[in-house]
Ligand binder design. Structure first.
Ligand SMILES: Cc1ncc(COP(=O)(O)O)c(C=O)c1O
Length: 376
């Protein structure tokens, strides 16, 4: 499968997590859609558009165990969260509860909404090291503000790469009348996804990260009882036509390139054809072993037990100059790997977050370890 990837072979690429990577057969499908659109734009956009989009949506819906009517394509998880956050009718004094492991841009989205509405952000500390998912549930629900309206958290966190127990959190939130908005940017393709089982009010995900679809292919899922209150970010022909369903109101957003959405079925089929559970298991094993080796090198403790991680893992680093360290890894060793930090204040310890995807080999891990040993 290694020859399927378009990545620069001169780089040891251990950062699939940031923007994903698309294998050649899926990328070629994407380009075929673009060519087809260019050949007869009026036929494509004017007459075939909805059938094509509906078929791609149905395929994705089956893959994540959701009803297609509850699902729309969006360019990315950021747009998915924005659509929900801007639609919720929050009032002054309402509280949005998040963790200190959230992605910076999503934190900003909620901060913007809080500033607009007078709602408050409550950032819960998820304690490290994590050894039991119940720690996360307890940390979130302990001393929950009385006016908590929304819990907005990641399925898989960006700075720490840990899986949060969102099904338990969504269930408990529902019992307390609190809405859940789940940022699943890293989940599709990395975790088997069953949205019916998770039961979130709103769930957004990226197909361009771990499902390996082309960039600009995300989705938003909303339970049917919430459709009426969701305002499209763009009002166009679909609004009110022929009735104002969630899908109609969002599926047509003016003239645009939807080739990435139409290629999502090809990405699903690519993974199915390549025995993805086996790929995932191999990557998980490398992620865990690499994390253990880095911890051994630094002498620092693990930040979570192995089952908190999927195809990414995390290890703490001794005090470093973050940007200089990352630059030396890239410039001197040609390794692309992110150095992360918790929270929005850019204080506290640094971590190295290592991603493993189908194209990675043991040699990539060994090269990182050798570079870390040199630099540290
Ligand atoms: C947890 C999390 N949420 C959201 C995003 C944003 O994804 P996008 O830029 O595709 O919207 C990322 C990107 O890395 C992420 O890690």
């Amino acid at each position: 499968m290694q020859s399927d990837w378009l990545l620069n072979p001169d780089i040891t690429f251990l950062n699939h997590g940031s923007f994903g990577a698309c294998p050649r057969p899926v990328f070629e499908t994407y380009q075929r859609w673009q060519l087809e659109l260019e050949r007869q734009p009026v036929e494509f956009m004017g007459r075939r558009y909805h059938d094509l989009m509906n078929a791609a949506r149905q395929k994705l819906a089956n893959y994540i165990n959701a009803a297609a009517d509850d699902l729309i394509f969006v360019p990315n998880a950021t747009v998915g969260i924005n659509l929900v956050a801007r639609s919720l009718k929050l009032q002054a004094g309402d509280v949005i509860v998040m963790t200190d492991h959230e992605y910076g841009a999503i934190h900003k989205t909620w901060e913007f909404i809080a500033n607009k509405t007078g709602a408050e952000l409550c950032i819960k500390t998820v304690p490290l090291p994590l050894t039991d998912p119940q720690q996360v549930v307890d940390a979130l629900f302990a001393e929950l503000p009385e006016r908590t309206a929304v819990i907005a958290i990641s399925h898989l966190t960006s700075p720490t790469a840990v899986i949060l127990p969102i099904a338990d959190i969504c269930q408990r939130a529902r019992q307390q009348g609190i809405l859940t908005v789940i940022d699943g940017a890293h989940a599709p393709g990395q975790l088997p996804l069953d949205l019916a089982k998770i039961g979130a009010d709103f769930y957004t995900g990226n197909c361009h990260k771990w499902l390996c679809a082309p960039k600009g292919s995300g989705f938003l899922h909303a339970r049917s009882e919430h459709h009426a209150m969701l305002d499209p970010l763009v009002i166009s022909w679909g609004w009110g036509w022929p009735d104002n369903t969630f899908v109609n109101a969002n599926q047509w957003q003016g003239t645009r390139d939807v080739a990435a959405y139409l290629s999502v079925p090809a990405a699903i089929e690519y993974q199915q054809a390549h025995d993805w559970p086996v790929v995932r298991a191999r990557c998980h094993k490398m992620a865990i072993e690499t994390m253990g080796r880095i911890n051994q090198l630094t002498g620092l403790p693990a930040i979570a037990t192995d089952d908190f991680f999927a195809q990414m893992s995390l290890a703490a680093l001794p005090p470093i100059d973050k940007e200089a360290f990352r630059a030396r890894l890239y410039d001197d060793y040609h390794i692309e790997v992110p150095i992360t930090q918790l929270g929005q204040t850019h204080e506290g310890p640094h971590y190295v977050r290592v991603s493993f995807q189908a194209y990675n080999t043991q040699a990539d891990a060994d090269h990182l370890l050798a570079a870390l040993a040199d630099l540290l």
